[in-house]
Design a binder for this molecule. Structure first.
Ligand SMILES: *Cc1c(COP(=O)(O)O)cnc(C)c1O
Length: 367
């Protein structure tokens, strides 16, 4: 019985990567915005349909720097979701800002836009929604609220690389978006990330932020950090981008089979496909709500059979130990998020997942 992991990184052929990095041996230019970095930046701007892309060594630092570059007032409140990877909340708090947790909706588990306005105070300085599982937030409603109150919107789009709505790339919404290119994501540069924005001044500032805030040979205008993407990461990104559409098509095939097997089963809730949205099939979340077995029982049973599913996202970020003393972190205030977190499981999903494996996973769940 072979083991099935929750994910498996997409990689090019060994030879393709070797060819891509060959010139680095000649040039000895390994990092600091070299040829691979510049090429990847241009290719991603084209692929994503965005004006500016700033590459980072990971998604988390991209988000942290992005919030820093907006120069939000210390102690300001940021409306966000607790139904996310802990990185989103950490990036806010590490900037001296206070996360104010808004509940998610029952349909796609993104932030419930109808509950945002009630949370706005005179301290609110930004909105940080998350396109969970690659599901697009209600970008129009969020945009209306943000404009009305003069707030920047920073999307955590770590899950949503390549997603489009009516032809518009996911990173064209809001003030700016962060992507993660971590090995476990749909598109990877081993470790990596980016900020995309139409604001050229913001992009330029982030280019400086990621390189210590250095602005010239003898000038340093910002207290920046070090979060540059290396040439080897960029080279992996160039290779993986060539094969991405094929990888997404294969993921889609696996998702369609999952849907055939698990759709319409009593007590199993799947996310509906969103109107006009081209998805990236990043994750396959299943909510066990009134099923004959609980989420935890299914999780354990799959584990006994060598199948690793993931309780993603459980617990909510607002219930982590490190946020115990944060007065705004009250999981009871986001009942939908709590309900889903207690019942959700993401099933194994990657491009090379075979029909046989999907069927085996579904057989065990339905048995
Ligand atoms: C992966 C992820 C991040 C962090 O990205 P890294 O590249 O791993 O630093 C942030 N937010 C969400 C929702 C993620 O899934």
């Amino acid at each position: 019985m072979s083991k099935i992991n929750v994910t498996r990184s997409s990689m090019p052929d060994f030879e393709e990567y070797c060819n891509e990095i060959r010139e680095l041996w000649d040039s000895r230019w390994l990092t600091n915005m070299g040829v691979k970095h510049k090429q990847l930046q241009a290719d991603l701007e084209q692929y994503l349909g965005v004006d500016k892309t700033v590459l980072y060594t990971n998604g988390h630092l991209a988000l942290e720097h992005l919030l820093a570059a907006l120069q939000l007032p210390v102690g300001g409140e940021v409306i966000t979701t607790p139904f996310t990877f802990v990185s989103t909340t950490h990036a806010i708090v590490r900037n001296g800002l206070t996360p104010v947790f808004c509940d998610v909706n029952e349909v796609d588990y993104t932030i419930d836009a109808s509950k945002i306005e009630a949370l706005i105070t005179d301290k609110t300085c930004a909105i940080v929604p998350v396109h969970v599982y690659g599901n697009l937030c209600d970008v129009e409603a969020i945009d209306r609220i943000a404009k009305k109150h003069g707030l920047p919107v920073v999307y955590d789009a770590a899950h949503a690389f390549g997603v489009k709505k009516n032809g518009a790339g996911v990173a064209t919404f809001g003030t700016a978006s962060m992507f993660s290119f971590h090995a476990t994501k749909v598109y990877n540069t081993i470790e990596g990330g980016a900020v995309c924005t139409a604001d050229a001044a913001l992009a330029d500032k982030l280019e400086k932020f990621k390189n210590f805030g250095i602005t010239g040979q003898e000038t340093c205008e910002y207290i920046g950090g070090n979060a540059k993407m290396s040439e080897f990461q960029a080279a992996m990104g160039l290779c993986n981008l060539r094969h991405l559409d094929g990888e997404i098509a294969k993921r889609r095939h696996a998702v369609e089979l999952y849907r055939q097997r698990l759709g319409g089963v009593d007590g199993i809730r799947l996310c509906a496909e969103q109107d006009g949205v081209a998805h990236n099939y990043a994750y396959f979340p299943v909510v066990f709500d009134g099923f004959k077995r609980t989420r935890d029982e299914i999780f354990a049973k799959l584990g006994e059979n060598g199948i690793v599913a993931r309780k993603y996202f459980y617990p909510l970020t607002s219930s982590f130990e490190c946020y115990q003393n944060l007065p705004t972190a009250a999981p009871d205030k986001t009942p939908v998020a709590k309900y889903i977190a207690d019942r959700v499981l993401t099933l194994p999903l990657y491009a090379d997942l075979s029909d046989e494996d999907v069927n085996r996973i579904c057989d065990i769940i339905l048995e």
